[in-house]
Design a protein around this ligand. Structure first.
Ligand code: NAI
Length: 331
């Protein structure tokens, strides 16, 4: 048994986490989940949505699976997600976006990887009021951080026999910050002979992506653009209920869905657990549990291929628990 820290989170987090735990149990996955709580429901206990004990728990097990956690907009506490990524130095956010056979969307055969820098850029939380009518946020990009994420992208591309890396930027306007990002990514990527490297300005990249997604392979982006472009790409394959992610660093790994806490459907047994399930499959492969990962993945794909038991976001009427049971039935 391998121990993994499980943070169910808040909103739809506990519902989708429960689906994963049930399916892992039914599949006899050799994983023992150690549950720790973080999220808005912990504020009363700790005075904050996350306590240092959560970070310590992840440091002990080195691997975690996390449900979404709400971050208040425009006020309140710092994002728990950002806190975890910074505290555990999870500098790389890997977001594969792949069509699931059986799910009808406007696009077919999508197979992209988004590599998002995860700890720098405008997400560092360096903000201040210059005066009462002027706010300022600092965008910080470092050479070390940019080279590190580029190396990560190249290694993933090599491992997965990918052909091309597209680095996205706005260096025509942010000449220093984004300029440093692309000069760093170019330097590193050019060291990999088998990988074609190109750069695209982020606005044009978005249009090209929507017009011709098959022209892209691995998309390498600083933090903010990576966040936005990965939600855009989720739309290619059926939405946020499907897309997994891995937050990876040199020492720790934290897997989570790309989606948030979905307050509009929380507590109603409506959430699609596929994104967290796919994240848990990434986690199993990270732990070199390939066989069980394939088994769970095949069961999910079989449910979509049949197209009978689908959650509302995919055009069905099934609840979270009905979908979960359907996956278990196909194991
Ligand atoms: P969201 O991803 O929670 O929801 C966007 C839309 O997608 C909603 O209509 C929601 O119902 C739907 N959706 C999301 N996941 C779904 C699922 N599994 N099944 C079916 N439908 C699903 O994004 P939103 O509304 O911008 O953010 C809500 C909260 O989540 C915010 O506080 C935000 O900060 C937080 N958040 C947390 C993340 C994390 O913990 N990693 C990531 C993104 C947002």
């Amino acid at each position: 048994m391998k121990k993994v820290t499980l943070i169910p989170g808040d909103g739809i987090g506990p519902e989708v986490s429960e689906a994963v735990v049930k399916i892992f149990h039914a599949a006899n996955a050799p994983i023992e989940f150690e549950k720790v709580e973080a999220g808005s429901h912990m504020i009363e206990t700790y005075g904050a949505p996350i306590h240092t004990s959560v970070i310590e728990a992840i440091k002990k097990n080195k691997v975690a699976l996390k449900g979404p956690i709400t971050t208040p907009i425009g006020k309140g506490f710092k994002s728990v997600n950002v806190t975890l990524r910074q505290a555990l130095k999870l500098y790389a956010n890997l977001r594969p976006v792949k069509s699931i056979p059986g799910i009808k969307t406007r696009y077919e055969n999508i197979d992209l990887i988004i590599v998002r820098e995860n700890t720098e850029d405008l997400y560092m939380g360096i903000e201040s009021m210059v005066d009462k009518n002027t706010a300022e946020s600092t965008k910080r990009i470092t050479r070390v951080g940019s080279e590190k994420i580029a190396k990560f992208a190249c290694e993933i591309a090599t491992k997965q026999k990918r052909k091309k890396i597209t680095s996205g930027h706005k260096a025509n306007i942010m000449k220093l910050a984004d300029g440093l990002f692309i000069s760093s990514t170019k330097k590193i990527c050019s060291q990999y002979e088998n990988i074609q490297y190109e750069e695209q300005i982020i606005d044009a990249l978005c249009m090209n992506l929507v017009m011709k997604p098959e022209a892209f392979d691995v998309i390498l982006l600083p933090n903010l653009y990576g966040d936005i472009v990965s939600d855009l790409c989720a739309g290619f394959v059926g939405g946020l209920g499907l897309i997994p992610s891995g937050n990876l660093g040199d020492d720790y790994a934290l897997f989570e869905a790309v989606h948030g806490s979905a307050p509009d459907i929380a507590g109603q047994n409506l959430a699609n657990p596929t994104a967290l399930l796919q994240s848990s499959i990434m986690m199993l492969r990270h732990l070199e549990e390939y066989e069980i990962a394939d088994q769970i993945e095949n069961a999910i794909f079989a449910v979509y291929k049949e197209g009978q038991i689908l959650t509302r976001d995919i055009g069905g009427t099934a609840s979270t628990t009905e979908f979960t049971q359907a996956v278990i039935d196909h194991l």
